[in-house]
Design a protein around this ligand. Structure first.
Ligand code: ADP
Length: 483
Protein backbone atom coordinates (compact mmCIF):
# COMPACT_ATOMS: atom_id res chain seq x y z
CA UNK A 1 0.00 0.00 0.00
CA UNK A 2 1.90 2.97 -1.22
CA UNK A 3 0.87 6.47 -2.13
CA UNK A 4 -0.25 7.05 -5.70
CA UNK A 5 1.97 9.98 -6.75
CA UNK A 6 -0.62 11.17 -9.27
CA UNK A 7 -2.92 12.00 -6.34
CA UNK A 8 -0.32 13.83 -4.27
CA UNK A 9 -0.80 17.34 -5.66
CA UNK A 10 1.62 19.80 -4.09
CA UNK A 11 0.20 22.92 -5.71
CA UNK A 12 -3.00 24.89 -5.27
CA UNK A 13 -5.91 24.95 -7.71
CA UNK A 14 -7.07 28.37 -8.92
CA UNK A 15 -9.28 28.96 -11.95
CA UNK A 16 -8.58 25.50 -13.30
CA UNK A 17 -4.78 25.82 -13.05
CA UNK A 18 -2.29 24.26 -10.65
CA UNK A 19 0.01 26.95 -9.27
CA UNK A 20 2.52 27.72 -6.53
CA UNK A 21 2.31 30.49 -3.96
CA UNK A 22 3.35 33.91 -5.30
CA UNK A 23 6.22 33.89 -2.81
CA UNK A 24 7.29 30.38 -3.80
CA UNK A 25 7.13 29.52 -0.10
CA UNK A 26 6.05 26.04 0.95
CA UNK A 27 5.33 24.16 4.17
CA UNK A 28 5.79 20.49 4.99
CA UNK A 29 3.09 17.94 5.65
CA UNK A 30 3.97 14.99 7.89
CA UNK A 31 2.57 11.54 8.57
CA UNK A 32 1.47 11.49 12.24
CA UNK A 33 1.99 7.74 12.49
CA UNK A 34 5.68 7.95 11.61
CA UNK A 35 6.74 11.59 11.71
CA UNK A 36 7.93 11.30 8.08
CA UNK A 37 7.48 14.20 5.68
CA UNK A 38 4.95 13.34 2.95
CA UNK A 39 5.40 16.43 0.82
CA UNK A 40 4.92 20.18 0.79
CA UNK A 41 2.13 22.63 0.03
CA UNK A 42 2.20 26.25 -1.10
CA UNK A 43 1.91 28.93 1.58
CA UNK A 44 -0.68 31.20 0.00
CA UNK A 45 -1.96 34.43 1.49
CA UNK A 46 -4.48 37.13 0.63
CA UNK A 47 -3.39 37.69 -3.00
CA UNK A 48 -3.84 34.08 -4.11
CA UNK A 49 -7.12 33.88 -2.19
CA UNK A 50 -8.33 37.04 -3.91
CA UNK A 51 -7.52 35.51 -7.30
CA UNK A 52 -9.38 32.35 -6.35
CA UNK A 53 -12.41 34.41 -5.31
CA UNK A 54 -12.23 36.35 -8.60
CA UNK A 55 -12.16 33.05 -10.47
CA UNK A 56 -15.15 31.73 -8.53
CA UNK A 57 -16.99 34.97 -9.17
CA UNK A 58 -16.27 34.79 -12.90
CA UNK A 59 -17.47 31.16 -13.02
CA UNK A 60 -20.65 31.87 -11.05
CA UNK A 61 -23.06 33.12 -13.77
CA UNK A 62 -22.58 30.10 -16.03
CA UNK A 63 -22.65 27.60 -13.16
CA UNK A 64 -25.85 28.95 -11.65
CA UNK A 65 -27.46 29.18 -15.07
CA UNK A 66 -27.10 25.42 -15.57
CA UNK A 67 -30.19 23.40 -14.79
CA UNK A 68 -30.10 21.54 -11.50
CA UNK A 69 -30.05 18.36 -13.54
CA UNK A 70 -26.98 19.44 -15.49
CA UNK A 71 -25.18 20.31 -12.25
CA UNK A 72 -26.23 16.98 -10.77
CA UNK A 73 -24.82 15.12 -13.77
CA UNK A 74 -21.41 16.76 -13.25
CA UNK A 75 -21.56 16.12 -9.50
CA UNK A 76 -22.35 12.43 -10.04
CA UNK A 77 -19.40 12.28 -12.45
CA UNK A 78 -17.20 13.73 -9.73
CA UNK A 79 -18.45 10.98 -7.41
CA UNK A 80 -17.71 8.33 -10.04
CA UNK A 81 -14.16 9.69 -10.31
CA UNK A 82 -13.77 9.54 -6.53
CA UNK A 83 -15.09 5.99 -6.31
CA UNK A 84 -12.79 4.88 -9.14
CA UNK A 85 -9.74 5.68 -6.98
CA UNK A 86 -11.20 5.26 -3.50
CA UNK A 87 -8.52 2.79 -2.40
CA UNK A 88 -5.74 5.21 -3.33
CA UNK A 89 -7.60 8.11 -1.74
CA UNK A 90 -7.97 6.13 1.48
CA UNK A 91 -4.21 5.46 1.60
CA UNK A 92 -3.57 9.16 1.07
CA UNK A 93 -6.03 10.15 3.79
CA UNK A 94 -4.60 7.65 6.28
CA UNK A 95 -1.06 8.73 5.48
CA UNK A 96 -1.70 12.39 6.21
CA UNK A 97 -4.30 12.06 8.94
CA UNK A 98 -3.64 8.74 10.64
CA UNK A 99 -7.04 7.09 10.90
CA UNK A 100 -7.32 3.36 10.09
CA UNK A 101 -7.66 2.60 6.41
CA UNK A 102 -11.17 1.17 6.77
CA UNK A 103 -12.33 4.37 8.46
CA UNK A 104 -10.64 6.46 5.77
CA UNK A 105 -12.47 4.52 3.08
CA UNK A 106 -15.72 4.84 5.02
CA UNK A 107 -15.24 8.58 5.30
CA UNK A 108 -14.66 8.99 1.57
CA UNK A 109 -17.69 6.82 0.75
CA UNK A 110 -19.80 8.95 3.10
CA UNK A 111 -18.48 12.09 1.41
CA UNK A 112 -19.67 10.69 -1.91
CA UNK A 113 -23.09 10.05 -0.39
CA UNK A 114 -23.32 13.70 0.66
CA UNK A 115 -22.43 14.91 -2.83
CA UNK A 116 -24.87 12.51 -4.50
CA UNK A 117 -27.63 13.42 -2.02
CA UNK A 118 -27.21 17.13 -2.67
CA UNK A 119 -26.95 16.60 -6.42
CA UNK A 120 -30.48 15.18 -6.30
CA UNK A 121 -31.77 17.57 -3.64
CA UNK A 122 -30.74 20.45 -5.91
CA UNK A 123 -33.62 19.40 -8.17
CA UNK A 124 -36.04 20.09 -5.32
CA UNK A 125 -35.25 23.73 -4.57
CA UNK A 126 -38.91 24.67 -4.53
CA UNK A 127 -40.36 28.15 -4.13
CA UNK A 128 -43.80 29.29 -2.97
CA UNK A 129 -46.75 31.25 -4.20
CA UNK A 130 -48.31 33.00 -1.24
CA UNK A 131 -51.99 34.02 -1.16
CA UNK A 132 -51.92 37.74 -1.81
CA UNK A 133 -53.63 40.32 0.44
CA UNK A 134 -54.06 42.50 -2.72
CA UNK A 135 -56.56 41.48 -5.43
CA UNK A 136 -54.37 42.85 -8.24
CA UNK A 137 -51.01 41.41 -7.17
CA UNK A 138 -49.42 38.01 -6.84
CA UNK A 139 -46.65 36.96 -4.44
CA UNK A 140 -43.86 34.68 -5.59
CA UNK A 141 -41.01 33.32 -3.51
CA UNK A 142 -38.00 31.87 -5.28
CA UNK A 143 -34.61 30.66 -4.06
CA UNK A 144 -31.25 31.64 -5.50
CA UNK A 145 -27.67 30.56 -4.82
CA UNK A 146 -25.95 32.81 -2.28
CA UNK A 147 -23.00 33.25 -4.65
CA UNK A 148 -19.31 32.59 -4.05
CA UNK A 149 -18.74 30.50 -0.93
CA UNK A 150 -15.55 30.29 1.16
CA UNK A 151 -15.06 26.99 2.99
CA UNK A 152 -12.52 26.39 5.75
CA UNK A 153 -12.24 22.81 6.95
CA UNK A 154 -10.47 20.82 9.68
CA UNK A 155 -8.10 17.86 9.60
CA UNK A 156 -10.18 15.22 11.42
CA UNK A 157 -12.42 14.42 8.43
CA UNK A 158 -10.33 15.90 5.63
CA UNK A 159 -12.49 14.46 2.88
CA UNK A 160 -16.08 14.40 4.13
CA UNK A 161 -16.07 17.85 5.75
CA UNK A 162 -15.34 19.22 2.30
CA UNK A 163 -17.85 16.93 0.60
CA UNK A 164 -20.67 18.21 2.81
CA UNK A 165 -19.92 21.81 1.93
CA UNK A 166 -18.99 21.30 -1.69
CA UNK A 167 -22.03 19.12 -2.38
CA UNK A 168 -24.48 21.66 -0.99
CA UNK A 169 -22.74 24.63 -2.61
CA UNK A 170 -22.49 23.12 -6.09
CA UNK A 171 -26.05 21.80 -6.02
CA UNK A 172 -27.39 25.20 -4.98
CA UNK A 173 -25.55 26.82 -7.90
CA UNK A 174 -22.75 28.41 -5.85
CA UNK A 175 -19.06 28.39 -6.71
CA UNK A 176 -16.42 27.84 -4.09
CA UNK A 177 -13.00 28.64 -2.69
CA UNK A 178 -11.85 26.17 -0.08
CA UNK A 179 -9.03 26.10 2.38
CA UNK A 180 -8.28 22.75 3.98
CA UNK A 181 -6.37 22.29 7.24
CA UNK A 182 -2.60 22.51 6.83
CA UNK A 183 -2.17 19.04 8.36
CA UNK A 184 -4.35 17.31 5.75
CA UNK A 185 -4.28 19.27 2.50
CA UNK A 186 -3.86 16.43 0.03
CA UNK A 187 -7.29 14.89 0.65
CA UNK A 188 -8.70 18.29 -0.31
CA UNK A 189 -6.47 18.96 -3.31
CA UNK A 190 -7.67 15.72 -4.90
CA UNK A 191 -11.03 17.45 -5.38
CA UNK A 192 -9.28 19.73 -7.86
CA UNK A 193 -7.85 16.81 -9.82
CA UNK A 194 -11.12 14.91 -9.85
CA UNK A 195 -13.38 17.92 -10.49
CA UNK A 196 -11.30 18.66 -13.56
CA UNK A 197 -11.60 15.05 -14.73
CA UNK A 198 -15.34 15.15 -14.16
CA UNK A 199 -15.64 18.19 -16.42
CA UNK A 200 -16.61 20.72 -13.76
CA UNK A 201 -15.72 24.08 -15.36
CA UNK A 202 -12.63 26.02 -14.28
CA UNK A 203 -13.27 28.45 -11.44
CA UNK A 204 -16.24 26.56 -9.98
CA UNK A 205 -14.00 24.81 -7.44
CA UNK A 206 -10.82 26.52 -6.20
CA UNK A 207 -8.49 25.30 -3.47
CA UNK A 208 -5.88 27.34 -1.61
CA UNK A 209 -3.55 26.30 1.20
CA UNK A 210 -1.22 28.17 3.51
CA UNK A 211 -1.52 31.12 5.86
CA UNK A 212 -4.89 30.42 7.52
CA UNK A 213 -5.46 33.83 9.15
CA UNK A 214 -4.60 35.69 5.92
CA UNK A 215 -6.83 33.45 3.81
CA UNK A 216 -9.63 33.80 6.37
CA UNK A 217 -9.32 37.59 6.39
CA UNK A 218 -9.53 37.80 2.61
CA UNK A 219 -12.60 35.57 2.61
CA UNK A 220 -14.29 37.68 5.30
CA UNK A 221 -13.47 41.02 3.70
CA UNK A 222 -13.71 40.38 -0.05
CA UNK A 223 -17.08 41.73 -1.22
CA UNK A 224 -17.35 39.14 -4.00
CA UNK A 225 -17.56 36.30 -1.48
CA UNK A 226 -21.03 36.01 0.06
CA UNK A 227 -20.83 33.15 2.53
CA UNK A 228 -18.34 31.51 4.84
CA UNK A 229 -18.80 27.92 5.88
CA UNK A 230 -16.44 26.71 8.58
CA UNK A 231 -15.82 23.55 10.56
CA UNK A 232 -13.28 23.74 13.36
CA UNK A 233 -12.70 25.17 16.80
CA UNK A 234 -15.10 27.52 18.55
CA UNK A 235 -12.26 30.00 18.96
CA UNK A 236 -11.59 30.35 15.23
CA UNK A 237 -15.31 30.05 14.42
CA UNK A 238 -16.10 33.07 16.58
CA UNK A 239 -13.30 35.03 14.99
CA UNK A 240 -14.54 34.25 11.47
CA UNK A 241 -18.20 34.77 12.36
CA UNK A 242 -17.33 38.17 13.81
CA UNK A 243 -15.39 39.27 10.73
CA UNK A 244 -17.96 37.84 8.34
CA UNK A 245 -20.71 39.58 10.31
CA UNK A 246 -19.02 42.95 9.90
CA UNK A 247 -19.28 42.45 6.16
CA UNK A 248 -22.79 40.98 6.35
CA UNK A 249 -21.90 37.60 4.91
CA UNK A 250 -23.96 34.51 5.50
CA UNK A 251 -22.28 31.99 7.79
CA UNK A 252 -22.48 28.30 8.68
CA UNK A 253 -20.39 27.29 11.69
CA UNK A 254 -19.78 23.71 12.84
CA UNK A 255 -17.75 24.20 16.00
CA UNK A 256 -16.56 22.30 19.05
CA UNK A 257 -18.59 20.10 21.35
CA UNK A 258 -18.47 18.60 24.81
CA UNK A 259 -20.77 15.65 24.27
CA UNK A 260 -22.42 14.00 27.25
CA UNK A 261 -23.09 10.27 27.00
CA UNK A 262 -25.66 9.22 29.63
CA UNK A 263 -26.26 5.63 30.69
CA UNK A 264 -29.40 5.16 32.82
CA UNK A 265 -29.97 2.21 35.17
CA UNK A 266 -32.52 0.76 32.74
CA UNK A 267 -30.19 0.84 29.72
CA UNK A 268 -29.16 -2.21 27.70
CA UNK A 269 -25.61 -2.17 29.05
CA UNK A 270 -24.05 -4.13 26.21
CA UNK A 271 -25.52 -1.72 23.68
CA UNK A 272 -24.36 1.22 25.80
CA UNK A 273 -20.82 -0.14 25.89
CA UNK A 274 -20.87 -0.71 22.14
CA UNK A 275 -22.11 2.86 21.67
CA UNK A 276 -19.52 4.28 24.05
CA UNK A 277 -16.68 2.54 22.22
CA UNK A 278 -17.91 3.83 18.87
CA UNK A 279 -18.72 7.33 20.05
CA UNK A 280 -15.70 7.84 22.28
CA UNK A 281 -12.90 6.09 20.42
CA UNK A 282 -13.79 6.51 16.76
CA UNK A 283 -10.99 8.42 15.03
CA UNK A 284 -9.06 8.03 18.32
CA UNK A 285 -11.51 10.42 19.97
CA UNK A 286 -10.90 13.14 17.40
CA UNK A 287 -14.41 14.00 16.26
CA UNK A 288 -16.51 16.95 17.34
CA UNK A 289 -19.33 14.54 18.22
CA UNK A 290 -17.18 12.17 20.31
CA UNK A 291 -18.53 11.43 23.79
CA UNK A 292 -16.50 13.60 26.17
CA UNK A 293 -18.30 13.10 29.48
CA UNK A 294 -19.75 9.67 30.21
CA UNK A 295 -22.42 9.90 32.93
CA UNK A 296 -23.45 6.54 34.40
CA UNK A 297 -26.27 6.04 36.93
CA UNK A 298 -25.28 4.64 40.32
CA UNK A 299 -27.00 1.27 39.92
CA UNK A 300 -25.01 0.23 36.83
CA UNK A 301 -21.85 2.28 37.30
CA UNK A 302 -19.52 -0.53 38.32
CA UNK A 303 -20.94 -3.02 35.83
CA UNK A 304 -20.67 -0.51 32.98
CA UNK A 305 -17.09 0.39 33.92
CA UNK A 306 -16.08 -3.29 33.97
CA UNK A 307 -17.66 -4.00 30.59
CA UNK A 308 -16.12 -0.89 29.05
CA UNK A 309 -12.71 -1.87 30.37
CA UNK A 310 -13.04 -5.31 28.75
CA UNK A 311 -14.26 -3.86 25.48
CA UNK A 312 -11.32 -1.45 25.34
CA UNK A 313 -8.87 -4.31 25.95
CA UNK A 314 -10.43 -6.62 23.37
CA UNK A 315 -11.53 -4.24 20.63
CA UNK A 316 -9.08 -1.34 20.52
CA UNK A 317 -5.70 -1.72 18.97
CA UNK A 318 -3.48 1.33 18.45
CA UNK A 319 -1.27 1.21 15.36
CA UNK A 320 -0.41 2.73 12.04
CA UNK A 321 -3.69 3.03 10.16
CA UNK A 322 -2.15 1.34 7.13
CA UNK A 323 -1.51 -1.84 9.13
CA UNK A 324 -4.13 -4.55 9.24
CA UNK A 325 -6.10 -4.72 12.45
CA UNK A 326 -5.23 -1.34 13.92
CA UNK A 327 -8.33 0.49 15.13
CA UNK A 328 -6.71 3.48 16.81
CA UNK A 329 -4.54 5.74 14.74
CA UNK A 330 -2.22 8.42 16.11
CA UNK A 331 -3.34 11.81 17.33
CA UNK A 332 -2.87 14.47 14.70
CA UNK A 333 0.20 16.08 16.32
CA UNK A 334 2.20 16.58 19.53
CA UNK A 335 -0.07 19.40 20.73
CA UNK A 336 -3.10 17.12 20.51
CA UNK A 337 -1.26 14.41 22.42
CA UNK A 338 -0.19 16.83 25.12
CA UNK A 339 -3.79 17.95 25.61
CA UNK A 340 -4.91 14.36 26.25
CA UNK A 341 -1.98 13.77 28.61
CA UNK A 342 -2.87 17.00 30.43
CA UNK A 343 -6.53 15.99 30.84
CA UNK A 344 -5.47 12.58 32.17
CA UNK A 345 -2.95 14.07 34.63
CA UNK A 346 -5.51 16.62 35.78
CA UNK A 347 -8.19 13.96 36.33
CA UNK A 348 -5.81 11.75 38.30
CA UNK A 349 -4.62 14.69 40.42
CA UNK A 350 -8.25 15.50 41.28
CA UNK A 351 -9.13 12.01 42.51
CA UNK A 352 -9.88 10.02 39.35
CA UNK A 353 -8.84 6.38 39.24
CA UNK A 354 -6.98 5.03 36.21
CA UNK A 355 -8.48 1.74 34.97
CA UNK A 356 -6.68 1.35 31.66
CA UNK A 357 -4.21 3.17 29.41
CA UNK A 358 -2.98 6.50 30.71
CA UNK A 359 0.17 7.01 28.70
CA UNK A 360 1.73 7.65 25.34
CA UNK A 361 2.36 4.46 23.35
CA UNK A 362 5.96 3.38 22.86
CA UNK A 363 7.58 3.88 19.48
CA UNK A 364 7.32 6.58 16.80
CA UNK A 365 4.24 8.64 16.04
CA UNK A 366 1.80 10.51 18.26
CA UNK A 367 -0.10 7.54 19.70
CA UNK A 368 -1.85 7.64 23.07
CA UNK A 369 -3.26 4.49 24.70
CA UNK A 370 -7.05 4.20 24.92
CA UNK A 371 -7.68 5.34 28.48
CA UNK A 372 -10.43 4.75 31.03
CA UNK A 373 -10.76 6.78 34.22
CA UNK A 374 -13.51 6.32 36.83
CA UNK A 375 -14.54 8.73 39.54
CA UNK A 376 -14.51 11.78 37.28
CA UNK A 377 -15.87 15.01 38.76
CA UNK A 378 -17.16 18.37 37.53
CA UNK A 379 -14.00 20.28 38.49
CA UNK A 380 -11.82 18.28 36.09
CA UNK A 381 -10.67 19.64 32.72
CA UNK A 382 -12.28 16.65 30.98
CA UNK A 383 -15.67 17.85 32.28
CA UNK A 384 -15.28 21.31 30.84
CA UNK A 385 -13.13 21.09 27.72
CA UNK A 386 -13.25 18.88 24.67
CA UNK A 387 -10.39 16.37 25.13
CA UNK A 388 -10.35 15.39 21.42
CA UNK A 389 -8.53 12.18 22.22
CA UNK A 390 -8.93 8.63 23.54
CA UNK A 391 -9.87 9.40 27.16
CA UNK A 392 -13.12 7.92 28.50
CA UNK A 393 -13.97 9.56 31.83
CA UNK A 394 -16.86 8.09 33.84
CA UNK A 395 -18.96 10.37 36.05
CA UNK A 396 -21.53 8.98 38.51
CA UNK A 397 -25.08 10.40 38.79
CA UNK A 398 -28.15 9.66 40.90
CA UNK A 399 -31.30 10.96 39.20
CA UNK A 400 -32.62 11.79 35.75
CA UNK A 401 -32.82 15.47 36.66
CA UNK A 402 -29.23 15.41 37.90
CA UNK A 403 -28.07 13.85 34.60
CA UNK A 404 -29.92 16.41 32.49
CA UNK A 405 -28.63 19.36 34.49
CA UNK A 406 -25.07 18.18 34.33
CA UNK A 407 -25.29 17.32 30.64
CA UNK A 408 -26.54 20.83 29.87
CA UNK A 409 -23.99 22.54 32.10
CA UNK A 410 -21.66 23.53 29.26
CA UNK A 411 -21.43 26.33 26.74
CA UNK A 412 -21.46 23.72 23.96
CA UNK A 413 -24.46 22.08 22.30
CA UNK A 414 -23.46 19.80 19.43
CA UNK A 415 -24.04 16.06 20.05
CA UNK A 416 -25.34 14.17 23.08
CA UNK A 417 -26.22 10.54 23.68
CA UNK A 418 -28.31 8.62 26.16
CA UNK A 419 -29.23 5.01 26.78
CA UNK A 420 -32.54 3.97 28.30
CA UNK A 421 -35.30 1.45 27.62
CA UNK A 422 -38.01 3.59 29.16
CA UNK A 423 -40.31 5.33 26.69
CA UNK A 424 -41.37 8.20 28.94
CA UNK A 425 -37.77 8.92 29.92
CA UNK A 426 -36.74 8.81 26.26
CA UNK A 427 -39.02 11.73 25.44
CA UNK A 428 -38.36 13.69 28.65
CA UNK A 429 -34.61 13.53 28.24
CA UNK A 430 -34.62 14.04 24.46
CA UNK A 431 -36.63 17.24 24.90
CA UNK A 432 -34.61 18.53 27.86
CA UNK A 433 -31.14 18.17 26.33
CA UNK A 434 -29.92 21.44 24.80
CA UNK A 435 -28.15 19.93 21.81
CA UNK A 436 -28.47 19.92 18.04
CA UNK A 437 -27.93 16.14 17.67
CA UNK A 438 -29.27 13.44 19.98
CA UNK A 439 -28.27 9.78 19.80
CA UNK A 440 -30.80 7.64 21.70
CA UNK A 441 -29.45 4.13 22.19
CA UNK A 442 -27.05 4.88 19.32
CA UNK A 443 -23.46 6.10 19.42
CA UNK A 444 -22.88 7.03 15.76
CA UNK A 445 -25.71 8.87 14.02
CA UNK A 446 -24.25 10.87 11.11
CA UNK A 447 -25.93 10.43 7.74
CA UNK A 448 -26.26 12.67 4.71
CA UNK A 449 -30.07 12.55 4.89
CA UNK A 450 -30.29 14.10 8.38
CA UNK A 451 -29.35 17.61 9.54
CA UNK A 452 -26.08 18.04 11.40
CA UNK A 453 -25.56 21.19 13.43
CA UNK A 454 -25.08 22.55 16.90
CA UNK A 455 -26.61 25.14 19.22
CA UNK A 456 -24.99 27.52 21.73
CA UNK A 457 -21.20 27.78 21.21
CA UNK A 458 -21.26 24.73 18.92
CA UNK A 459 -22.36 26.76 15.95
CA UNK A 460 -24.96 28.03 13.54
CA UNK A 461 -26.62 26.24 10.64
CA UNK A 462 -26.92 22.67 9.44
CA UNK A 463 -25.13 20.38 7.02
CA UNK A 464 -26.71 17.43 5.26
CA UNK A 465 -30.42 16.95 4.49
CA UNK A 466 -32.74 19.45 2.82
CA UNK A 467 -31.91 21.91 5.60
CA UNK A 468 -28.25 21.81 4.64
CA UNK A 469 -29.10 23.04 1.16
CA UNK A 470 -31.13 25.98 2.51
CA UNK A 471 -27.95 27.39 4.04
CA UNK A 472 -26.61 27.98 0.52
CA UNK A 473 -29.73 29.70 -0.80
CA UNK A 474 -31.15 33.19 -0.52
CA UNK A 475 -34.88 33.78 -0.55
CA UNK A 476 -36.27 36.28 -3.04
CA UNK A 477 -39.78 37.72 -2.77
CA UNK A 478 -41.24 39.07 -6.00
CA UNK A 479 -44.50 41.00 -6.09
CA UNK A 480 -46.30 40.98 -9.44
CA UNK A 481 -48.61 43.97 -9.58
CA UNK A 482 -51.04 45.62 -11.97
CA UNK A 483 -52.90 42.44 -12.87
P1 ADP B 1 -8.63 22.42 15.08
O1 ADP B 1 -8.57 22.58 16.56
O2 ADP B 1 -9.59 21.40 14.59
O3 ADP B 1 -7.30 22.37 14.41
P2 ADP B 1 -8.94 25.07 14.05
O4 ADP B 1 -10.16 25.90 14.23
O5 ADP B 1 -7.66 25.56 14.57
O6 ADP B 1 -9.38 23.70 14.66
O7 ADP B 1 -8.73 24.71 12.52
C1 ADP B 1 -9.77 24.46 11.63
C2 ADP B 1 -9.48 25.16 10.32
O8 ADP B 1 -9.41 26.56 10.57
C3 ADP B 1 -8.15 24.78 9.68
O9 ADP B 1 -8.31 24.75 8.28
C4 ADP B 1 -7.25 25.92 10.09
O10 ADP B 1 -6.18 26.14 9.20
C5 ADP B 1 -8.22 27.08 10.02
N1 ADP B 1 -7.82 28.26 10.79
C6 ADP B 1 -7.09 28.33 11.93
N2 ADP B 1 -6.95 29.61 12.33
C7 ADP B 1 -7.60 30.38 11.41
C8 ADP B 1 -7.84 31.80 11.26
N3 ADP B 1 -7.37 32.67 12.13
N4 ADP B 1 -8.57 32.19 10.20
C9 ADP B 1 -9.06 31.31 9.31
N5 ADP B 1 -8.87 29.98 9.40
C10 ADP B 1 -8.17 29.52 10.44
Amino acid sequence: MSLNPALLKQQVYIDGSWVDADSGQTMEVTNPATGDVIGTIPVCGREETKRAIDAAHKALPAWKALTAEARATLMHKLCDEIMAVIDDLAVLLTTEMGKPLAEAKGEIALGVKYIRFFAEEGKRVYGDTIPSPWPDRRILVTKEPVGVVGAITPWNFPNSMIARKLGAALAAGCTMVMKPAEFTPYSALIYGILAEKAGIPAGVVNIVTGDAPAIGEEMCENPLLRKITFTGSTRVGKLLAGNAGKNMKKISMELGGNAPFIVFDDADLDKAVEGAIASKFRNSGQTCVCANRIYVQTGVYDAFAAKLKDAIAVQLKPGNGLEDGSTQGPLINEAALEKVADHVADALAKGGELISGGKRSDGPGTFYEPTLIVGATADMKVANEETFGPLAALFKFETEEDAINRANDTEYGLACYFYTQDLGRTFRVMEALQYGLVGINEGVITTEVAPFGGVKDSGIGNEGSKYGLDDYLNIKYSCLGGL
